[in-house]
Design a protein around this ligand. Structure first.
Ligand SMILES: [Zn+2]
Length: 668
């Protein structure tokens, strides 16, 4: 399963436009829409109550047809300005109410795109199997004040043909069915970023629960018929998440929450609802991972709005309090692996190509994801380690109370945690939020034979966890490092000193600290492909290379592969073992042995380049494994039986360490 599906995206006008929000200005929108998904048309009538502001512009998609415009009840003719996909009209200084009638033909819903392409789109699309009109497509009229989008409150009525059902963020206040179709009304009474309209052939399931402050909450699923049977399980999980997060943070800020299925492979968190692909919702683990992440975005992102100009903190805090929290509740080993995963991805960013957290807005590419989710979540982990769980939790509640439905940046988070911990966190936030890149640490033996921590020229102030192993006893040593080096004084007596073996510090990992994984072969440049045996696996090997690699592999049929390029080796078991012995590579690992019909494992060859070995008993087995292998890229090894992974695991990392001799007892 591609890891990308576990990332969600918040749909944000501000993030999409690259602007801040005119957060003090809110427009009230009352509109009625007729959406015909099969015909791909929408017709609308909207009344906008305008906020004050020096320069205000009404805006609408250039693709829409304006049918009528009146300002303060007078028909108005204003000159329009068209820029890109957007048209706009300046509004008179004293105008208070604008009435707009418009219509638009929508693009067909794309069902062929992958997750990444789907998330990145901002087109208004329609089809009988599902329609999605994101606010960023400007499919309804909105207002800009002084060049920035405003917040919005709304009452939206949508009329859809029989069999269709529409939803927008907010509280369901009315619905009625007749032969002509369904009329449904939603209200959003707090300022939100924009109206995303979704419609489809939905079946509804509902459950009522009580919120922590005594309100009745409605939890719903709007599912396509093919996944309707899983609605109850999803509602059970939802109820659990609401209980957990209301206790942890404070009352849920809306009255409804709905999981809406999509025919496209999407994953979006909107206020009071989440929009997830049907194929995502079919995956058994989504209820235990992504769903909680999406629910939590109602507090972080859609309850407190990130200040995109100062950096979006909401993905990191949501990842820490959802994905990481679940891993930690599961086992310390899972939590450690997640931290290693974050540091691994951050360490893969070439120096100078990184991004400061203060510049992260949304996940546009791998670097942004590694920083905006991983580095940010790791910051919250280190913060909790530093101020303790109790102060962290109090800070979270304080931040929520103070900033509900406001735009808040990193400084507001710092203030909340400073208030509850009584510590100055200025240096901590400054170095992890404002600075790009990561410190690089070394643990070395100095001239006098003692242990010394060194950092590159970056000059971070670091709290460094070390582990001291003496016989079978283990002890954690916490050292602070603010200059280029620091002498560590472990307890007397010989032993081994390890640098941060559990990955509790944000830092660039050394090569040996990063255990090989199956997907590494795709990360380090164009790979070489060696196919062993008499050619029966050639087809399967090509398919595997095609599915696994972004760039075509160069064949190395005989002779020596280049030392400085990744290498994929595919062959029957005996030929693989012979090749490994002949090339002086590490033999087949005990973990995979010869169980199953295909064994795949990651290692290194040449000058430390990624090596992926696939040992297959038959061409059919190799074909079946080729389909599954790309989804298991984060593992170090996998055993397949009939195309399914029957066993898999991670390779251990080798921490930086030095061995110190015991002091020689003085003779007396
Ligand atoms: Zn998210």
């Amino acid at each position: 399963m591609p890891i990308q599906l576990l990332f969600c995206a918040l749909l944000s006008l501000a993030a999409a436009s690259g602007h801040g929000l005119a957060a003090d200005a809110t427009v009230d929108i009352d509109m009625t829409l007729r959406l015909d998904p099969a015909a791909r048309t929408i017709e609308g009538e909207a009344q906008l109550r305008l906020p004050d502001g020096r320069s205000r512009r009404l805006q609408l998609a250039a693709a829409a047809q304006l049918r009528a415009l009146s300002i303060d009840d007078q028909p108005a003719r204003r000159r329009q300005r068209v820029r890109g996909a957007l048209r706009s009209w300046s509004l008179p200084a004293r105008a208070q109410v604008v009435d707009v009638r418009w219509g638009q033909t929508l693009e067909p819903t794309p069902t062929h795109l992958d997750h990444r392409a789907t998330i990145g789109r901002a087109d208004a699309t329609a089809a009988a199997l599902g329609s999605f009109l994101p606010a960023a497509a400007h499919w309804y009229p909105s207002v800009q004040v002084d060049g920035e989008p405003t917040m919005q409150r709304w009452r939206v009525t949508v009329i859809t043909p029989p069999g269709q059902r529409a939803i927008v963020p907010g509280r369901l206040v009315e619905e009625a069915d007749d032969d002509a179709g369904r009329t449904i009304t939603y209200r959003m009474d707090v300022p939100a970023e924009g109206i995303d309209l979704i419609a489809g052939p939905y079946r509804v399931a509902e459950r009522r629960i009580d919120s922590i402050d005594g309100r009745a909450l409605s939890l719903r699923t709007l599912f396509h018929p093919e996944i309707e049977a899983s609605a109850d399980d999803y509602l059970d999980s939802l109820a659990g998440y609401f209980e957990r997060y209301e206790k942890w943070i404070g009352p849920y800020p809306f009255d409804d929450f709905t999981i809406v299925s999509s025919p496209t492979p999407t994953g979006l968190g909107l206020p009071s609802l989440t929009y997830l692909g049907i194929n995502v919702l079919k995956l058994p683990f989504i209820r235990d991972t992504s769903l909680g992440h999406e629910v939590l975005h109602n507090w972080w992102g859609n309850g407190v709005y990130p200040d995109y100009e100062g950096g979006n903190w909401s993905e990191g805090l949501t990842t820490f309090m959802a994905d990481y929290h679940y891993a930690e509740s599961n086992s310390t080993d899972k939590a450690r692996l997640m931290r290693l995963g974050w540091l691994r991805d951050l360490s893969a960013i070439p120096p100078g190509k990184g991004l400061a957290l203060a510049r992260f807005t949304s996940r546009k590419h791998g670097v942004a994801a590694a920083v905006g989710y991983g580095k940010s979540a790791m910051l919250f982990y280190m913060l909790r380690e530093r101020i303790g769980q109790a102060n962290f939790d109090k800070g979270i509640r304080r931040f929520w109370r103070t900033n509900r439905f406001k735009v808040a940046g990193w400084p507001a988070l710092r203030e909340a945690f400073e208030a509850t911990s009584g510590q100055s966190l200025e240096a901590f936030f400054a170095q992890w939020v404002e600075r790009e890149g990561l410190p690089r640490l070394r643990l070395v033996r100095n001239e006098t034979g003692g242990a010394e921590l060194q950092q590159d020229e970056s000059g971070y102030q670091l709290t460094v966890p070390l582990e001291w192993h003496e016989d079978s006893a283990r002890q954690i040593l916490i050292e602070t490092l603010s200059g280029p080096s620091h002498v560590v004084a472990p307890p007397p007596g010989g032993g081994r000193l390890l640098l941060d073996p559990d990955f509790r510090l944000l830092r660039r990992l050394a090569a040996d600290e990063i255990p090989p994984t199956l997907r590494d072969v795709n990360l380090a440049g164009s790979a070489q492909l060696t196919v062993l045996g008499d050619g029966i696996l050639a087809g399967a090997a090509e398919e595997l290379a095609h599915r696994l690699l972004d760039a075509p592999a160069s064949p190395v049929d005989s002779g020596q592969p280049a030392d400085d390029l990744p290498l994929l080796v595919v062959g029957p078991p005996d030929a693989v073992d012979g090749w490994l012995a002949h090339h002086g590579a590490a033999p087949r690992p005990q973990e995979v042995g010869k169980s199953g019909d295909v064994q795949a494992w990651a290692g290194r060859h040449g000058n430390g380049q990624p090596l992926l070995v696939v040992s297959a008993a038959s061409a059919n087995a190799a074909q079946a494994a080729a389909r599954a292998l790309p989804h298991l890229g984060r593992y170090g090894w996998v055993v397949f039986e009939d195309g399914r992974s029957s066993d898999r695991g991670h390779w251990p990392s080798t921490p930086q360490s030095i061995t110190l001799p015991g002091s020689i007892p003085a003779a007396d």
